[in-house]
Design a protein around this ligand. Structure first.
Ligand SMILES: [Ca+2]
Ligand SMILES: [Ca+2]
Ligand SMILES: [Ca+2]
Length: 345
């Protein structure tokens, strides 16, 4: 099943700290691996894998600097969603459509990957509830074997991505425009400590560079797979989902492994999730003070979900982006029933 490529990503984030939005591009290291043109097989440069990723340059604020209590988002963050990791029957997840197969025309702002992107969110989860072991980091798509939080996979197809957790560390996986190349970037910071964490993952379009930030500190980075990883407009999914994967591939899924493929092997996230923001730019190029308030939208925001409804099965996209909004649908079910509306903190 490893050939099944999953992709995804999650996003979210509260904010209000404009200082955190300093342009990253100029400070990001250039791709020295020479794979930008794809002529060398799109091989990421292992030397650029930043296992340490402290980002400690003297200006870095630790999570404790910005945090109070358990470091979670403030009460102004309102409601949140609690997932229970059911991972079956299209339940216990949130789905945002990013394409309509068979219809080449259409505007899908949440279909990121043709440009730079940033996906941010808040999470709070316990290790005992997310048992995926350490993942095989580097070449390959082992991120799909973690407890999946954001799933923008496409079954057995390229141009996909996602975020999961293995052995308590984040994993950000991408399959590039060419199906032959996958990469799983693993973080180093433990996020399964039942405390709130702000997570941001980013991808640079020009060279596929990937970043993971946790609580404003760089966790890991790598020169990843190249190319356009957006969903090909109107493309029909494969036929591996007890029929065509039309109910999973063309969606940005939060809180579950989207294809419901053997939930004993492909695990779903069990924990709380709040404040997803997806942007068509790189928000962070260096360490930043983690947000202390919900985000507001701006010209680069393509999806913004506060998850403050507290009832019902729709979460609004408040980005105001042209071509939107991209409403999120709660697919409620399982035992315990998820996702459930809970207090943000
Ligand atoms: Ca909220
Ligand atoms: Ca690259
Ligand atoms: Ca598309």
């Amino acid at each position: 099943m490893l050939t099944r490529v999953k992709s995804f990503l999650v996003t979210v984030v509260p904010f209000a700290l404009f200082t955190s939005l300093v342009a990253l591009q100029p400070s990001c290291g250039s791709d020295t691996s020479g794979d930008d043109d794809g002529s060398s097989g799109n091989t990421p440069d292992p030397s650029r894998r930043d296992g340490g990723g402290s980002g400690a340059d003297g200006s870095v604020l630790t999570p404790e600097d910005a945090a109070t209590g358990d470091g979670g988002p403030p009460s102004t963050f309102g409601k949140a969603l609690r997932f229970h990791g059911n991972g079956t029957l299209d339940q216990d997840r949130v789905k945002i459509r990013i394409d309509q197969p068979g219809q080449a025309a259409g505007t899908w702002p949440m279909d990121v990957g043709a440009t730079d992107f940033t996906i941010e969110f808040w999470m709070k989860a316990a290790a005992a509830d997310n048992a995926a072991p350490a993942l095989n980091c580097g070449a390959g798509a082992d991120w799909i074997l973690g407890n999946v939080m954001i799933d923008r996979d496409r079954y057995n197809k390229p141009r996909k991505f996602g975020v999961s957790i293995g052995a308590g560390k984040l994993a950000f996986g991408v399959t590039g425009e060419n199906a032959s190349f996958d990469w799983t970037l693993c973080g180093t910071k433990t996020v399964l400590d039942d405390a709130w964490h702000h997570v941001a993952v980013e991808r640079r379009r020009t060279d596929g560079h990937l970043w993971i930030f946790v609580d404003g500190a760089l966790d890991a980075e790598v020169d990843g797979p190249d190319g356009d990883v957006s969903y090909p407009d109107g493309e029909q999914p494969g036929n591996q989902c007890n029929g065509p994967c039309t109910n999973s591939d063309p969606f940005f899924v939060i809180g579950a492994e989207k294809h419901d493929t053997d939930p004993q092997t492909y695990l779903s996230y069990k924990g709380t999730f709040d404040e997803l923001r997806v942007s068509k730019t790189l928000r962070y190029t260096a360490a930043f003070q983690r947000p202390s308030a919900p985000f507001a939208t701006d010209a680069n925001t393509v999806g913004l979900y506060h998850f403050d409804e507290g009832t019902g099965t729709t979460a609004a996209d408040t980005s105001g982006v042209q071509g939107g909004p991209s409403p999120a649908e709660l697919k409620v079910g399982g035992s315990p029933v998820g996702p459930a509306w809970v207090a943000g903190q």
